[in-house]
Write a protein that binds this ligand. Structure first.
Ligand SMILES: CC(C)(COP(=O)(O)OP(=O)(O)OC[C@H]1O[C@@H](n2cnc3c(N)ncnc32)[C@H](O)[C@@H]1OP(=O)(O)O)[C@@H](O)C(=O)NCCC(=O)NCCS
Length: 193
């Protein structure tokens, strides 16, 4: 896929680069993030960042990538403060899963809202997807609130509980979906706020 750069008022979403690794580790090596994500190890060493994000960088070279991970750069600090992924992209079925995190020092500034506006619009308008799916631990207050704010519809719970790699704890998982038609409506409402 050719290089994609999504720009919002305060953020740039782009393909990860090696120079981002220390910012990524600063953000991701945090139990308050790892405890909300199914398969994020903790502690998260720089070697692990190189390994995981190196693989994600390579996936951008595919013609028809199944996963696209964007880093979220804060323009004012030229610093990567999070990541936002589209996973299991299936253009025939028109679906992908979304997942994201923001460095804890930057929570509650509306950054994931802004990043999702850009990434979801890219997924629907440029990749031509019809539906985005977001599985969220049922007890993750911030992420459940984010999905609802962004117009995702609660579909139900996964049949089985999911074990978190970092904590070993079992969680019920809420499934949210966002349809392209609904997104157009939500987008116009979010932009008016
Ligand atoms: C979930 C997460 C990405 C939100 O990022 P953020 O940039 O702080 O979110 P925003 O500031 O854009 O907030 C979006 C909405 O989420 C809700 N929200 C965010 N944090 C919240 C909190 N701690 N408690 C309650 N609601 C919260 C609010 O409704 C907020 O909208 P509002 O500010 O207009 O009320 C961040 O908390 C995070 O990285 N958490 C750990 C990893 C994680 O849970 N990832 C998602 C896995 S499914």
């Amino acid at each position: 896929m050719k290089n994609v750069l999504l720009e919002t008022e305060r953020l740039i979403l782009r393909k990860p680069q090696k120079k981002d690794y220390s910012d990524l580790q600063e953000g991701i090596n945090n139990i308050n993030i790892a405890k909300e994500i199914t398969s994020m190890p903790h502690p998260y060493t720089l070697d692990m960042v190189q390994d995981y994000f190196g693989k994600q960088i390579n996936k951008w070279e595919d013609q028809d990538p199944k996963d696209l991970l964007f880093v979220i750069e804060l323009k004012s600090e030229e610093k990567v403060i999070g990541a936002m992924g589209l996973y299991g992209i299936d253009r025939k079925k028109g679906i992908a899963e979304t997942g994201s995190w923001i460095n804890e020092d930057y929570w509650r500034h509306g950054y994931i809202t802004e990043a999702k506006i850009a990434a979801n619009t890219f997924a629907f308008n440029s990749l031509g997807l019809e539906k985005l799916i977001s599985p969220v631990f049922a007890d993750n207050i911030a992420s459940n609130a984010t999905q609802r704010k962004m117009g995702y519809e609660f579909i139900g719970k996964e049949e089985e509980k999911c074990s978190c790699l970092a904590t070993g704890e079992e969680h019920e998982v809420n499934i949210y979906e966002l349809a392209k038609a609904k997104w157009r409506l939500v987008l116009s409402m979010i932009k008016e706020i």
